[in-house]
Design a binder for this molecule. Structure first.
Ligand SMILES: CC(C)(COP(=O)(O)OP(=O)(O)OC[C@H]1O[C@@H](n2cnc3c(N)ncnc32)[C@H](O)[C@@H]1OP(=O)(O)O)[C@@H](O)C(=O)NCCC(=O)NCCS
Length: 160
């Protein structure tokens, strides 16, 4: 059974490991090998994940029966989603949809007006199914390697 709970500092190492496996095993479904390599190079260390997840944002994890993290995501106070990553063991199973539903519910309870992100091809496919729309495609370079993602957003309430 999958449970959603807040990030804890002892999860940090698993977050780095999931990031690595997600990029290396799921990334190649939509990106070339050079692109996957530069993306993998952006992996936050466990210490960095501890900092990031404790900076005031909402960081949630999906855990299995053994309280092992299998997916994680976040949103900052302004609704920016910085991370949405799943272990390849659970990608495509609906676990991330459960995680996302919890993130959205929390954002609504905090009166966040919209959720938005710079989504990979994989995250774009997933988030479109959650009611997001694409604002624009973004093409850029990391270490000289051209790569792209998509600015996506979902309004949660009417703007004030
Ligand atoms: C983004 C992510 C969390 C979505 O979770 P998920 O459980 O894979 O979500 P979905 O099942 O809806 O899959 C999303 C897309 O990923 C691809 N995908 C996922 N699992 C796949 C698999 N086993 N085989 C082929 N494609 C797969 C598909 O393109 C799918 O879109 P589609 O259903 O329109 O074909 C997950 O794919 C992931 O961790 N990706 C790698 C990291 C990443 O891109 N994070 C976002 C950074 S901005």
């Amino acid at each position: 059974m999958i449970t959603i709970r807040p990030f804890r500092d002892e999860d940090a190492q698993t977050l780095s490991a999931i990031y690595r496996r997600a990029v290396q095993e799921l990334g190649p479904k939509k990106y070339g090998s050079e692109q996957v390599a530069v993306w993998a190079g952006l992996e936050p260390s466990p210490a960095r994940f501890t900092e990031i997840m404790n900076d005031g944002r909402c960081g949630l994890v999906a855990v299995d029966d053994s309280d092992q993290v299998v997916a994680f995501g976040d949103f900052e106070r302004d609704g920016h989603i910085g991370f949405l990553y799943a272990s390849p063991d659970v990608a495509g199973t609906g676990v991330v949809a459960t995680l996302y539903a919890a993130l959205e519910a929390k954002a609504k309870s905090q009166d966040v007006g919209k959720l938005y992100s710079e989504a990979s091809e994989l995250a774009k496919s997933f988030l479109l199914k959650q009611g997001f729309t694409v604002v624009e495609r973004r093409d850029f370079e990391v270490n000289g390697v051209p790569i792209h993602n998509f600015a996506v957003e979902k309004r949660l309430r009417a703007p004030r």
